[in-house]
Design a binder for this molecule. Structure first.
Ligand SMILES: [Zn+2]
Ligand SMILES: [Zn+2]
Length: 333
């Protein structure tokens, strides 16, 4: 066991669609689809990959995780066309305080699998870690570490979003929209909507970061205001409106880094009776520890009938924006 510990790689915290899990730092998120109710993610290393699939499921009286696991193993056996399929182990296991089933099989490759039902989130999970048989020794302690770190339900109304050593916490009502996860650039859009009488409120938390900032933005990385004007303002206007007038930039700090922030309001008139007011709050900073440029944008759009009074935002009031900003972690400490 001591030997195994010595060979463990460095891990990073992943927070994604309601899941929290530690993954080896050099593994990449290579595929993700769906939302927190039903979805799938895949991480890959040089020689193995790990997939997690979840689906919301109301537990029926006759539900049995044992039967689910048998079914699943049969399906896998069929899908590999029984090519040298050998089930090496199947036994009950505990995952994140839930009852589950662990299994281990071999075809041309080898796989550790787990399935469990989370009664707190009412979801059925399947985790498969596929690897080369000759890498059995290195794989087992990594698999165990990942499984022991796993949290499939949140204990509060907060969702953790954590990827590539950046993390923040948002209200759990926000759902993942468009995302792009590349080596040098990440962007994530988290969206929430609240229909109210005579009006609809839509909010977006838009997170972006750029790696190798002191090379990519050599002349502006340590001056967030200059950086925004030179490298991003055009894009920003394309997204939020060309006529946008930004207020003065204010100085602030994020995790002890000097940051710049500005707010602005955009009014647009729609068809005859409705209009939209969008309030934007944008923060930009450079993190020397990770050598990344970061931008975190909050936008709240209120669409209402023209002659009704404007109400305060319920999705992202200032104190919630502050809480989200305070939850940001932009480098490993
Ligand atoms: Zn759970
Ligand atoms: Zn930082």
């Amino acid at each position: 066991m001591t030997d195994n510990k010595a060979t463990l790689p460095k891990f990073q915290l992943i927070g994604w669609q309601g899941l929290e899990i530690q993954m080896p730092e050099d593994w990449r998120l290579t595929f993700d689809i769906g939302d927190s109710l039903k979805g799938f993610i895949r991480f890959a290393s040089q020689s193995s990959n790990l997939e997690i699939k979840w689906e919301t499921l109301k537990k029926r009286a006759d539900f049995s995780i044992d039967a689910v696991s048998k079914n699943l193993i049969n399906k896998i056996e069929k899908s590999v066309k029984k090519k040298n399929f050998k089930l090496l182990k199947r036994q009950s296991a505990s995952v994140s305080d839930h009852k589950g089933v662990y299994f281990h099989y071999r075809t041309e490759q080898e796989c550790y699998g787990l399935t469990w039902y989370c009664d707190k989130a009412e979801k059925l999970f399947i985790l498969l870690h596929v690897f080369k048989p000759k890498e059995y020794r290195e794989t087992k302690p990594i698999f165990e570490y990942i499984v022991n770190s796993l949290k499939c339900h949140s204990l509060d109304e907060q969702a953790l979003w954590s990827i590539h050593n950046f993390s923040l916490k948002t209200p759990s009502s926000f759902r993942l929209g468009k995302r792009k996860i590349l080596l040098g650039h990440i962007n994530l859009s988290l969206l929430a909507e609240k229909p109210r009488p005579f009006r609809v409120e839509k909010a977006e938390i838009f997170f972006q970061c750029w790696s190798l900032a002191n090379v990519k933005f050599e002349d502006a990385y340590n001056d967030p205001e200059k950086w925004f004007k030179k490298y991003y303002e055009k894009e920003f206007r394309k997204k939020f409106g060309k006529k946008m007038k930004t207020d003065e930039f204010q100085s602030t700090t994020i995790r002890e880094h000097a940051a710049k922030t500005f707010t602005c309001t955009i009014k647009s008139f729609g068809l005859i009776t409705s209009h939209t007011v969008t309030n934007i709050h944008n923060t930009i900073w450079y993190c020397p520890e990770s050598n990344r440029m970061y931008m975190l944008t909050f936008s709240i759009a209120m669409n209402k009938l023209r002659f009704t009074a404007m109400k305060k935002t319920e999705l992202l009031p200032p104190e919630k924006i502050n809480d989200i900003i305070n939850s940001v972690s932009c480098h490993v400490t």
